[in-house]
Design a protein. Structure first.
Length: 231
């Protein structure tokens, strides 16, 4: 989803600072004049500080923050969720958006702009493991709080909640899906007559929330799931 969003925004003429912990994943952007590849570990406060310093030095402003980086908990249920797995998911999926949003809003105060976070269908339900469900529910609270806290400053904060999307999140989440947990998820959603989406669908929603004409949209939790959350 991050790759699709970077590509679409760059095609629209934006200067995009594309962040990834893996340098190999950023090589595809080396010849794109609108994309600045940045290798950073978003769990490292120094890397976050260096990222925003780079944007300040080169641009002097920030228009949009897109909180997209994330993992899931591989559907590990409560009794099989270790403290290590809980911390890993909560840190990357909730703490990192908090830290990035904090830095971004500080830069955005002189100029009206906004924050977009990518949540999940799991923000409405409890059919993933407790760490992922808690992180995505928490991200909705963070979104609402930032929106309410800075509406009078012209800063918008919205969240996109994808349903099933064809991504590589599983391979980046540290192992194999929990057999019983993913079976339960399949029982909950497998018979719902909606298709999986592609990352470009999320990127288009992010672009729509970023244009000047959408500036009156604030605190919205936008499902982009082909109707999955309606069932």
């Amino acid at each position: 989803m991050g790759e699709a969003t970077t590509k679409l925004f760059a095609e629209e003429g934006a200067t995009v600072y594309g962040v990834d912990i893996k340098s190999d994943a950023l090589k595809k952007w080396e010849d794109n004049p609108n994309v600045i590849p940045v290798v950073a570990d978003l769990l490292d406060n120094d890397d976050i500080e260096n990222l925003f310093n780079l944007v300040k030095e080169r641009e002097g402003k920030l228009d949009i923050l897109a909180n997209i980086a994330g993992i899931n908990d591989l559907c590990y249920p409560l009794l099989d969720t270790t403290e290590e797995r809980w911390d890993m998911v909560i840190d990357l999926d909730l703490k990192v958006p908090f830290l990035l949003s904090q830095k971004a809003v500080e830069m955005m105060l002189p100029k009206e702009s906004g924050v977009i976070s990518v949540g999940s269908y799991a923000a409405y339900r409890g059919n993933h493991g407790p760490s992922y469900s808690a992180a995505k529910h928490g991200l909705m609270g963070l979104t609402s709080s930032v929106a309410a806290g800075y509406a009078d400053k012209g800063i918008c904060c919205n969240a996109i909640n994808p349903g099933g999307v064809n991504t590589n999140i599983a391979e980046n989440s540290g192992g194999e899906y929990h057999e019983e947990g993913v079976k339960r998820l399949g029982m909950a959603t497998g018979n719902v007559p909606v298709p999986y989406g592609e990352p470009i669908e999320i990127a288009r929603a992010a672009l729509w929330l970023s244009v000047d004409e959408a500036h009156h949209i604030n605190g919205a939790l936008v499902p982009v799931d082909a109707g999955l959350s309606a069932f």
